[in-house]
Design a protein around this ligand. Structure first.
Ligand code: HSE
Length: 310
């Protein structure tokens, strides 16, 4: 019998690039259970190397040592799979403003997890990445949207997470007012009461259900009511007193729905038209209230964290 020897090609992956979107959690009433990915990104390159080298370009400043969240995500994924992370060189290009409710931490954690998963031959599925990401970063709503893109619903059940996408209407635009001041999530959450009244719970339940239906069915005229909230935004105005009047200015300029982005400080206005007028109205009202900041017109995205084609 003849024996054939096939050539064996060993392919070691030692470098990977990951692109991850910004995200807005809550969308008003969906406190801790809705997230929307936006077309603003964090690009991360991870390469096996000697020791740890991190370089960073873009928004704000982040730790360039072992406290770096991308690095911590890499370590967590390797450790969870019983492996030791080799030395790595990490390069980040980050367009996501930090501590402004735009999911920069979730994007960093998701990038590290995806990079680790790729370097290790893709052993982890989406659900496992979500569990790890939420464990590391703490906010499953941002994490689900960062990993899977678009609009995501996420819920917890006895420590496990379940998630589902929400169909988005075509042509939806996102207008952001991004204040110069930060609202770190811990500080912004510390303002929230541990208990809510039944009346407020029902107020939000109806609106979040209406919001999902409005997005999925393209009934955008419902967004004005469907983005209202009583569970977190009112308490958070203590850190951002001009929030309600900036919401009002955006609505009067034609925004369909307006909400605080995650725990703040950015404000998100959803619309199909009049994006520049809405941006200008928000900036003008903020300025009149003594709040400096900038505006950004973007759109929801459908891609989550992924390896871009080079
Ligand atoms: N759902 C979280 C919060 C998101 O509102 O605190 C933090 O970005």
């Amino acid at each position: 019998m003849k024996t054939y020897h096939l050539p064996v090609i060993l392919c070691f992956v030692s470098k990977v690039t990951i692109l991850t979107p910004a995200t807005v959690a809550n969308l008003g009433p969906g406190f801790d259970c809705l997230g929307l990915a936006l077309d603003i990104s964090l690009r991360v390159e991870v390469e096996e190397s000697q020791g740890l080298h991190i370089s960073y370009q873009g928004e704000g400043e982040v730790p360039l040592n072992q406290n770096n969240l991308i690095y911590r995500a890499l370590v967590l994924a390797y450790r969870r799979l019983g492996k030791t992370l080799p030395g790595v060189k990490i390069h980040c290009q980050n367009d996501i403003p930090l501590a402004r409710g735009l999911g920069s931490s979730a994007a960093a954690a998701a990038s590290g997890l995806l990079a680790a998963n790729h370097l290790l031959g893709e052993p982890l599925g989406g659900d496992e990445l979500l569990e790890l990401g939420a464990e590391l970063e703490g906010h499953a709503d941002n994490m689900a949207a960062a990993l899977f893109g678009g609009c995501q619903i996420v819920i917890q059940d006895r420590g496990r997470l379940a998630h589902s996408p929400v169909k988005l209407p075509r042509g939806l635009k996102a207008v952001l007012f991004i204040p110069d001041f930060e609202m770190p999530t811990l500080k912004s959450r510390a303002l929230l009461s541990p208990q809510v009244s039944r009346e407020d719970a029902v107020y939000n339940l109806g609106r979040v259900a209406m919001l999902v239906a409005a997005l999925a069915q393209g009934k955008l005229e419902l967004l004005t009511l469907a983005t209202q909230d009583r569970l977190h935004q009112p308490a958070r105005t203590k850190l951002f007193q001009a929030m309600p009047v900036i919401f009002k200015a955006a609505s009067e300029a034609g925004a369909l729905g307006v909400c605080l982005a995650g725990g703040g400080s950015s404000i998100l206005a959803l619309t199909k038209v009049n994006t520049s007028a809405i941006a200008q109205a928000m900036e003008k009202m903020a300025k009149a209230e003594g709040v400096s900041g900038r505006t950004l017109i973007t759109q929801p995205n459908t891609w989550g964290a992924h390896r871009p084609q080079e």
